[in-house]
Design a protein around this ligand. Structure first.
Ligand code: COA
Length: 336
């Protein structure tokens, strides 16, 4: 049976470390508040160049992560016939970042698709890669999650509920069609648009001829807005629901999971989900303390780190699960 197997993983995070103490010099916050509420101790924010632009783009970070994944997979990059790029912060309004990967990696006109599902982007991307492979549309898919959050945040006290949580980074996987039992077994994907305004970035807005104006900027409507407690409540519930749903689809139970790789939104969410699913910390991957929430990049970064740490072995049953703006949520069940 043809299955979509993750052959290699890779990640890239900027060198520039921003600690909670660094943030307390920019806004009214402190290490204790951030650590207790989120488990985050530091995050990576891209350094700024002399031209007042980040020294790398989201595509550049994605390409670095992809190079590592290609090497780990042991494939020739010419085998990649489809790129799927998940980000909520594309380098420019259009085209999406996928085409920049085609150029940066020299992929010889491979297909490029962009996914705008925020924190759930990688889970949707993996499901799409599985569909492309099983249908014969592609054989080797490069799935990337990459985000520059540091330029999108309100780094004053007004935005302190959001800006302390997010970081920059990229992760990537090579997915290839292989006959056998390994690979993506099932995926589940969901959305609920009635909560779109509880975690969103409103401006620039397409229905206004000028897209954005001084009043909107003064009100901070070009920065993301979040109803934190509402997101927290829904995330915890939807994480557990999707894990159970995807397990049921594959004919498995929570105790069969070797490693749960959740979207890194908040350590308290991760702990609550692990507890409700009956999974101890050895079965739930976490690196949020180092990187914060890198939205679409958290899961592929975590997969790459889990492999490097020897926590992912061939034959392991792995679940990736995410929740984010939309609201959107979903999970993938994978025989590693
Ligand atoms: N530092 C210090 N104080 C802060 C702060 C910061 N960075 N950000 C907000 N506060 C203050 C608020 O102004 C508020 O003050 P008030 O009580 O005087 O009005 C207070 O902290 C709110 O605290 P609390 O109610 O304890 O917040 P919380 O427990 O709801 O935690 C979040 C806030 C954002 C950490 C939490 O809601 C959360 O993690 N939500 C989910 C976020 C998430 O995962 N988003 C991405 C989803 S993919």
């Amino acid at each position: 049976m043809l299955r979509a197997v993750i052959l290699g993983t890779g990640f890239y995070v900027p060198e520039n470390i921003v600690t909670n103490d660094d943030l307390s010099k920019m806004m009214d916050t402190n290490d204790q508040w951030i650590t207790e509420r989120s488990g985050i101790r530091e995050r990576r924010w891209l350094a700024m160049g002399e031209d007042n632009r980040t020294i790398m783009t989201g595509s550049d970070m994605g390409a670095r992560a992809a190079e590592m994944a290609i090497e780990a997979a042991g494939i020739d990059r010419g085998e990649i016939d489809q790129v799927i790029f998940a980000t909520l912060n594309p380098d420019v309004a259009f085209p999406g970042n996928g085409v920049f990967i085609e150029e940066l990696l020299g992929l010889n006109t491979a297909g490029a698709m962009d996914i705008r599902n925020q924190c759930t982007g990688f889970v949707y991307g993996l499901a799409a890669a599985d569909g492309f492979i099983r249908s014969g549309t592609a054989r080797t898919v490069l799935v990337i999650g990459s985000e520059i959050q540091s330029t999108a945040m309100d780094k004053t006290t007004r935005g302190s509920d959001m800006s302390v949580l997010f970081g920059d980074g990229a992760g990537a996987v090579i997915v290839q069609g292989v006959d056998g039992d390994r690979g993506i077994i099932a995926s589940v994907l969901h959305s609920q648009g009635r909560y779109a305004r509880d975690l969103w970035l409103e401006a620039p807005i397409a229905t206004m001829p000028e897209r954005i104006n001084a009043e909107m900027m003064a009100e901070g409507r070009h920065f993301p807005q979040m109803n934190g407690p509402m997101v927290f409540k829904h995330a915890t519930r939807r994480f557990c629901e999707s894990i159970n749903e995807v397990l049921e689809k594959g004919g498995f139970k929570p105790q069969d999971i070797d490693l749960l790789v959740p979207h890194q939104a908040n350590q308290r969410i991760t702990d609550a989900v692990g507890q409700r699913m009956g999974l101890g910390p050895d079965k739930v991957f976490s690196n949020i303390a180092k990187y914060g929430n890198t939205t679409a990049a958290t899961i592929p970064i975590a997969l790459a780190e889990a492999e490097l740490e020897g926590r992912l072995k061939e034959g392991d049953l792995v679940v990736t699960v995410a929740f984010g703006s939309g609201f959107t949520w979903g999970a993938n069940l994978i025989r590693w």
